[in-house]
Design a protein around this ligand. Structure first.
Ligand SMILES: C[S@@+](CC[C@H](N)C(=O)[O-])C[C@H]1O[C@@H](n2cnc3c(N)ncnc32)[C@H](O)[C@@H]1O
Length: 250
């Protein structure tokens, strides 16, 4: 297996593939204004196995298009949505977030938890904007510095991993300069990172290494996540995921 296949394999049995929680998804949805309109259309981009998609479907009457590049995650999501009787509301789409088969103004809202970094925050906003109708919404969670300065070690780590990491003030400026106005912002709690993402992931390390026969690459994948978790525990007061909820105004 390649490194990316191993990363998928490590995450496939987890409820989420990144930090977040049902409470965070609902907070963001409430900021948009819970729509019970059966015609409401939302695209959930980089949905993974659907941690947030299922919550959205349980709280909206409309249609959700759940997009991911990896069909393994979409298969999991389809299975879960069938079990919960939500298959009529969720349609999965195997596509890349930077090449979407959508029509201009097709969606009331575009949602993306922990995934826009793959395209880059500004590029993602600029590309996805055309698919949102006038007055529609964008809801994004994105890694964000929570203080204006920070220790060198964590600054270097995240700047190397994701050069677009920034403070919420600068992220909000990017939204505003691209024709969005901020409706709300909040940061994810430590529980959204530790209880909902890192602990379930750590509980998979043993099974993952065993089924992948302890190869050097599998051990490297686990080691990389261990280092990321250690850094989070050491420096969690300096960064989190920010949840940005914005309205398309131009
Ligand atoms: C950090 S995970 C977040 C998953 C989910 N939203 C969550 O919070 O649990 C990022 C997701 O983006 C997906 N992904 C990676 N590259 C992608 C691309 N080019 N287009 C669409 N999805 C992509 C991954 O498969 C993964 O499911």
């Amino acid at each position: 297996m390649s490194e990316i296949e191993l990363i998928i394999d490590l995450h496939i049995d987890s409820r989420r593939q990144g930090p977040g929680s049902e409470k965070d998804t609902l907070n963001a949805l409430n900021l948009i204004g819970l729509s019970l309109d059966p015609e409401f259309k939302l695209a959930d981009i980089g949905c993974g196995s659907g941690g947030q998609t299922l919550t959205l479907a349980q709280n909206l009457n409309g249609h959700i298009t759940a997009v991911d590049l990896f069909p393994q995650f979409l298969d999991e999501l389809n299975e879960k949505s069938k079990k919960l009787g939500l298959e009529g509301k969720i349609k999965t789409l195997n596509a890349s977030m930077d090449n979407l088969p959508f029509k201009p103004g097709e969606f009331d809202a575009i949602w993306s938890e922990g995934s826009i970094y793959i395209m880059g925050f500004e590029k993602g906003i600029q590309y996805w904007k055309e698919f949102i109708k006038e007055g529609g919404h964008l809801a994004l969670s994105e890694i964000t510095w929570t203080t204006n300065s920070r220790p060198q070690e964590i600054n270097d780590f995240w700047t190397r991993e994701y050069p677009e990491i920034d403070t919420s003030a600068n992220k909000i400026k990017i939204l505003e300069s691209n024709g969005f106005s901020l409706v709300g912002y909040f940061t994810l709690s430590e529980d959204s990172w530790i209880e909902n993402y890192y602990k379930p992931l750590e509980s998979q390390f043993g099974h993952f290494l065993k089924r992948n026969e302890n190869t050097d690459l599998a051990k490297k994948v686990v080691q990389d996540y261990r280092s990321e978790i250690e850094l989070y525990m050491k420096y969690k007061e300096y960064y989190s995921y920010g949840f940005y909820i914005a309205k398309k105004t131009e």
